[in-house]
Write a protein that binds this ligand. Structure first.
Ligand SMILES: NC(=O)c1ccc[n+]([C@@H]2O[C@H](COP(=O)([O-])OP(=O)(O)OC[C@H]3O[C@@H](n4cnc5c(N)ncnc54)[C@H](OP(=O)(O)O)[C@@H]3O)[C@@H](O)[C@H]2O)c1
Length: 493
């Protein structure tokens, strides 16, 4: 009876183990097929002689292989991490394999803000440039622990420490344009559960909590990449990536059986550190990604990321929370003190061009303030399309010059000047009366004229001058009934 029960227990345990093994194998195969069906290699031959690169966590794993590749291209490489002994071994190894002796170690503990600040101070006083900054260092799977700064250790080492470091080094990065910032994130950022107010706290209890803390830190890297891309001047690229599942000491903190299994699977189907470094290297050097900013990569290609990163409000919330947590909110920073970069990225990331080829022969267009600036260029374009263009403004001399200029550049002589002072109702009425008795149509009316920033002044009509100027003409001109197939256009600026 006891023997039968024992036999039954052994069989049940074996079936359970086999089921777990099958489950792990199925998940592993899914991840392999979905994320890394082929192992892509960075093919760029770019040299980096004279450039300075900083690789956090460059003493082992993916960071070491990244540092080795950058050194092989001739860069001076700084390895920043905690373990000085491992760093010395890495430097000797890199020198032996690449022949580059310009590789050095600088102590850095990303989980201590005082260490990050000390590192940045030393770096900024030693070097006048930073061409490539690789935020590679990271850890996970650790028991929740608060750092001396009162922050979850994994969140601080993976995210807040790198956030502080990068911001403190930004002046050097900007001074080295074209320069690059690379964030080594992870595919597991897809599983993050972010709560901005609790960003610096534990992600939860047990293994699941550790998983969510790590995922949150990696999503923060993706969100922060977006925030930086919006703020950095042209010439500085910033992108994030998933390196793949890589055999490294990263899995050191998980139970030995789990670690051995991951390493076995890495050897069987995933990656060794050199293979895991390829996307990082691609983002550091490849010509293909010159000017690419705020994107997420896998296998040297843009890849799908957590759609939370497309939520501009969340990106901004995380940015400002991070400034607060790292104590940067009060400091002078190249990025958050440059509203010009923000406005440029927010409103005019690219210069849009009207691509329409529509002709305007036989049409009449009126452009207020058409004797200079945007109005002149609008009038020129409409004239080039064959329209009769009326330029309405105060300065007759400038208008005559504009008309001559338009005629010379477009060959259209149907451009004329009509005096108009929008800050005087009598002038507007006079203009409208003249226009209405001269023409029986008005196809395009561009209310372009305008100014601001002047000392407050009342017009002869008793109205604030700037206010009166806006769009009075519009009301004075009767609406033109469009013929079939035509449309009326009113433009106000
Ligand atoms: N391996 C994977 O399967 C995998 C998958 C997805 C993403 N990643 C990401 O890839 C990056 C590199 O990982 P890896 O696989 O190369 O792991 P690894 O071999 O364990 O290397 C981690 C590096 O980070 C450094 N580091 C850890 N905590 C630090 C701290 N507080 N301050 C400064 N440096 C610190 C370590 O150096 P010291 O201990 O000397 O400080 C080490 O050089 C990490 O960001 C990781 O999240 C890895």
């Amino acid at each position: 009876m006891i023997l039968a029960f024992g036999y039954y227990l052994v069989i049940t345990a074996l079936i359970l183990l086999f089921t777990i093994f099958l489950l792990i194998l199925t998940i592993s195969l899914y991840v392999k097929i979905k994320l890394e069906p082929v192992k892509v290699v960075c093919t760029s031959n770019v040299r980096l002689d004279g450039k300075i690169a900083l690789v956090t966590g460059g003493n082992q794993g993916i960071g070491l292989e990244t540092a080795r590749d950058l050194a092989a291209r001739g860069a001076r490489v700084l390895i920043a991490c905690r373990d000085a002994k491992k760093a010395a071994e890495a430097i000797a190894d890199i020198a032996a394999t690449t022949g580059n002796n310009l590789v050095e170690y600088r102590p850095l503990d990303l989980a201590r803000f005082s260490s990050v600040r000390q590192f940045a101070e030393d770096f900024n006083s030693s070097y006048d440039r930073l061409d490539i900054l690789v935020n590679n260092a990271g850890c996970g799977g650790r028991k929740p622990k608060l750092t001396e700064d009162g922050i979850d250790e994994v969140m601080q080492a993976n995210y807040f420490g790198a956030f502080l470091l990068t911001n403190l080094l930004l002046d050097k990065v900007i001074a080295s344009k074209p320069s690059r910032i690379v964030m080594v994130s992870s595919w597991v950022h897809l599983f993050a559960r972010l709560r901005v107010e609790n960003l610096h706290k534990f992600g939860g209890i047990g293994y699941l909590g550790q998983f969510f803390t790590y995922s949150n830190s990696k999503l923060c890297q993706v969100l922060w990449t977006k925030a930086l891309a919006k703020r950095l001047p042209e010439g500085v690229t910033v992108n994030s990536l998933h390196p793949g599942v890589v055999k490294s000491n990263f899995y050191q903190s998980i139970p030995v059986i789990g670690r051995k299994l991951v390493h076995f699977l890495c050897e069987l189907m995933y990656k060794m550190p050199k293979e895991g470094a390829q996307t990082t290297i691609h983002l550091c050097v490849s010509e293909e990604v010159e000017g690419v900013r705020g994107k997420y990569f896998m296998e040297c290609k843009e890849a799908e990321y957590n759609t939370q990163a497309d939520d501009d409000e969340l990106v901004e919330q995380v940015w400002y929370k991070s400034l607060k947590v790292t104590g940067l909110a009060e400091e002078k920073l190249s990025v958050h003190l440059s509203p010009a970069f923000y406005v440029k990225q927010k409103f005019e990331p690219v210069k849009g061009v009207c691509t329409s080829k529509v002709r305007l022969d036989g049409k009449i267009a009126l452009v207020t303030g058409g004797n200079q600036g945007i109005g002149l260029e609008t009038a020129r374009d409409l004239a080039a399309r064959g329209a009769r263009v009326l330029i309405a403004c105060r300065d007759a001399k400038k208008a005559a010059e504009a008309i001559a200029d338009i005629a010379a550049t477009t060959g259209n002589n149907l451009v004329e000047y009509r005096p108009l002072d929008l800050a005087r109702f009598s002038s507007v009425r006079q203009f409208a009366e003249d226009f209405n008795s001269s023409y029986d149509r008005l196809d395009i009316l561009v209310n372009n004229a305008g100014y601001g920033g002047r000392k407050p002044k009342l017009t002869e009509d008793g109205i604030d001058e700037v206010m009166q100027l806006a769009s009075q003409l519009l009301r004075s001109l009767p609406a033109h009934e469009p013929a079939a197939g035509q449309s009326d256009r009113l433009q106000t600026q």
